[in-house]
Design a protein around this ligand. Structure first.
Ligand code: G5P
Ligand code: MG
Length: 226
């Protein structure tokens, strides 16, 4: 298979498993993973100007304004240069989609379609390692030691926007803005939708789709990951 630059997006509502599936894609296919949520949260910690502005939105579970998000993401993509990547959570609005399309041609859009009840349950049990963005779930993929990141041994936190009232607001907002983005990628013929309630059942299909487009790092069949 040709080793051309491969550009993909994974989109879906909060808690749909974008981060979890992205981690598996990175492990299997070696793409560079860029999560908008992780990037924005890292700016909140490190950049007094953009960070302070972004924090006001993140804390309320609102989308950060398009011009801020788009500027940050396109700058990161430029820094990455000529390498294959997977964007997680970007684009999320039509304006972001148009800005991305004007510079890059995507090979594939993975769309996760997960029932909203499932999403609410998952997010309330989620813990993250802030500096890497690694996600855990106390039932689905718990850390080896309670409250501790498996790789670094640092403590895990529960994000403010995973609180129940914030989750409801994030889900409502997603519904409104995602439809035109999904429709646009459908029209372009690059959208692949995966529906279900379990990431482990969806993952083999995502792996098979990706394997037809980009060489896996090894050729073993996908196995359930913990
Ligand atoms: P984020 O950080 O991008 P969201 O809202 O898109 O946040 P989130 O919450 O990160 O999405 P996810 O990545 O789709 O969810 O899902 P995940 O973290 O992999 O899985 C959720 C939980 O379920 C985890 O605990 C995981 O272990 C568990 N899980 C996975 N699969 C299963 C399963 O099969 N079963 C079970 N039981 N559990 C499972 O964005 C945050 C904020 O940043 C801003 C917004 O303010 C946003 O609210 N932002 C943007 N603003 C403007 N434009 C953009 N493009 C923006 N992107 C982010
Ligand atoms: Mg995520």
């Amino acid at each position: 298979m040709a080793s051309k630059i491969f550009r993909a997006v994974i989109l879906g509502p909060p808690g749909s498993g974008k981060g979890t599936i992205s981690q598996r894609i990175v492990k299997s296919f070696g793409l560079k993973h860029l999560s908008t949520g992780d990037l924005l949260r890292s700016r909140v910690r490190s950049d007094p100007e953009i960070g302070l502005l972004a924090k006001q939105y993140l804390d309320r579970g609102y989308l950060v304004p398009d011009h801020v998000t788009t500027h940050l993401m396109l700058r990161e993509l430029k820094k990455m240069g000529e390498q294959s990547w997977l964007l997680d959570g970007f684009p999320r609005t039509l304006a972001q989609t148009e800005a991305l399309n004007s510079i890059y041609q995507l090979d594939l859009v993975i769309h996760l379609n997960i029932p909203f009840e499932t999403l609410k349950q998952r997010l309330s049990a989620r813990w993250v390692h802030p500096s890497s963005g690694r996600v855990y779930n106390m039932e689905f993929n718990p850390p080896h030691a309670h409250g501790i990141d498996d790789i670094t041994g640092e403590i895990l936190i529960q994000q403010d926007d995973d609180k129940p009232e914030m989750v409801a607001s994030r889900l409502r907002q997603y519904k409104d803005v995602a439809k035109p983005v999904i429709d646009l990628y459908k029209t372009k013929g690059i959208l692949h939708t995966f529906s279900g309630t379990e990431t482990d059942k969806i993952w083999p299909y995502v792996h098979a789709l990706m394997s037809g487009r980009i060489s896996p790092l090894n050729i073993e069949a996908p196995v359930r990951e913990s």
